[in-house]
Structures are given as C-alpha cells and as structure tokens.
Ligand binder design. Sequence first.
Ligand code: CTP
Length: 380
Amino acid sequence: WLIQTANTHNCACYLVGGCVRDWLLERPVGDIDVVVEGDAIALAKVWAAVWPDQLHTHPPFGTATLSWQDSSLDLISARSEYYPQPAALPVVSFANLAADLARRDFTINCLALRLINQPTELIDPQHGYADLQHGLIRVLHDLSFINDPTRILRAIRFAARLNFELEPQTAILLQHALPWLDQTTPARLWNELGLLLTEPSALVALSLADSWGVLNQLFGSGGWSASLNQQAQTLLANQSDQQLAIVWLLLMSQLAPSAAQTQTQRFSLPKPIRLMVEQWPQLVAFEATLSQTTLSAGQLDRLLSPFEPLLLEVWASNQATSIQHQIKYYLQYLRPIASILTGRDLQAQGIPAGPNYKTLLAEARERQLDQFEQANPNLC
Ligand code: CTP
C-alpha cells in the first residue's frame, strides 16, 4: 500500500543507508530511511493519514519522521549537500537519488533499493557491496572527513561494530583530518561520541580511537590502555546499564582533574556524571587515608558517604586490594544501614535545632556503625 501511494503521487522511493547495509549483512535492521525523489513531507502526510502513527515534519530539511512503538521511518527528500567551509554545516538543496547518495559518508552507507512492487536491483554507485563483503570502510572522496569531521567518529563506530577495517587511503585521510575535530562544535561531536560510547562495541571503539589518535585529539591527552579496558569490562559485567557513566569516568580518570571537568562540561554530560567527575579528585585525596586498614566502620562511612556508589566502584577498580575490600564492605553492608537517630529524635529530646544537629547525627551514626561492626566482626 505504501508503495502504491508513492507511485500514485509520482514519487520514486528508495530504502537507503544503514537499513540496506544491515539487511545485506543479515544484521538486525534499526531505523528505516527512505529517500523520496519528490516531496517527502507531502508523502509522509498521506501515509500518516491512513497509518495511525506519530508524524513529525522538518520543513527546512524536507524530511519527516513516522514513529511507531520503538521504531521509526525517516522520509527524506533527496538532496545534495555543499560544504561552504570545512567542519561547518552543509548547505542543502533538493536533488535526485544519485546526488543524495553522493553526499554520504562511506560506500557501505551508499546503497539503495527502490521500493516497487517487484524484485529490484541494488543501487550501488560506489561499489559499497564489495566493501561490505571485504569488511572495508571507505570514504567517497578525499574531503569527506574534513567537510564533516564527525565522520571520524562514525568510522570508528562502524569499524568496531562490524569488525571492519579502514581502507588504507581512508585511514590516511582520517589522520590528516584529525585537527579538524577541534573546529567542530561540541554538540555535533557529542551526537556521534555519545553514540560511540553507548554502543555494545564501545570498548573496541575506544581502543581504535586511542590507537588512531582520536582520543588524544579530542581530549588533549589521556587514552584507553589495555588495563583501562580490563577495568571497564569488569565493571560493565555487573552494570551494563551504567555504560556511559563508567566509560566516561574511566576516560576522564586519565586527565588532570581540571581538564576532566572542562571536557565533561564541554560535552554537557548528564548531571549525575558531571557530579561524579567533580567528586573524583576528593576521592583520590582519600587514597592514603583508606590505605590504613585501621579505619573503623563508622569512620569509613563518614569518609565515603558523600560519594556516589558508582563513583566509588569505578575508582576502586584500579586500587589496591585492601582499598577495594573496604569499598566493597562499605557499599554492601554499611551504606544500606539506615540511621536510627533522626532530627526528629533530637527535637523530641528538646535539643534546639541548629547547625549542631549535623554533628550530633553524624556522631550518632558513627557510633551506630561501630556497634554494627563489633556485632558482625566476620563481615569486614
Ligand atoms: N550520514 C552521513 N554523514 C554523517 C551522518 C550520516 O553521510 N555525518 C549518512 C549516512 O549515509 C547514513 C545516513 O546518513 O547511512 C543516516 O545516518 P544515521 O542514521 O546516523 O546512520 P546509520 O547508518 O543508519 O547508522 P546506525 O546504524 O547507527 O543507525
């Protein structure tokens, strides 16, 4: 029906990009992109009238998105792009499929299938199918990475996800384009970096980004060593839902504290992650204190309670066994204990409210936890 409507509206429609690539690789197909030679928004409105889904249109770009459940279908008016200067947003004008394919990043994303009611041939102007078979990521032209440096991050993401390699000339072009990452806005970089860090293959991507000099270019120093990778693997085995926080904290742990905070703000990481990056140096400062195994349960609790549990776990993953042991003991047994004395109890005892409440409550909790430890000596 969709195809018939497109035909009656005189629009040639093509499946393009990632969905064709993934279908040919027999991988799960995510969101579907349809390029329309004609007015994509008008066609989307016709489809949406019959198909009860959500429709969002973006008139300046001639695109529309139909969403249902977890999936979406993007309808894009075929367009060509021209980059007035490197790393700037392109100027867009409406065009045909050939021009639309020519504006794309890699040959493997430059494949199309016409939507018609009969078997159809793969449209493959850049020999992307051969590159798919050989596991190669290849740009369409020499300026691709310079025009759009976010493609450097896309190349890493696809290489890691598909276990592909960069075609040799593409690898050289990527190296030449690295400085242009500095000219790209943080928002555009984060669009790709955020995807890279949250993909299942993020750790492989980080190793590639490190060896290709991309992390160094983005963050000025740091990197992703084999031991960092091992730490990340161990942490993610139990908390895969915290992937972004874990990999970001580990990445930032390689930078000076002020640089880590600058980078975290630059890319507008979510607030809980920003707070953990801010807390990191305070925790590092406690390393010497924690090395003394003589801390009582109450002292340990007082020292560690200001910190986020995830931050403690990530930091501890690179510490001496004795520190790891204390953090585990604190998180597992001490932190979950609710304080028996509260502000209300102090009020009930007739103690006037004031700043001394904080001290009294902290002292009471410390005593409570020391008593817990005495009663449960085998836990620590
Ligand atoms: N594209 C591009 N340059 C970019 C971003 C996107 O040329 N900087 C093109 C690619 O041809 C890509 C298409 O736009 O196939 C759609 O982009 P996106 O949805 O990000 O790519 P997918 O290949 O669908 O990626 P994913 O599988 O991660 O969804």
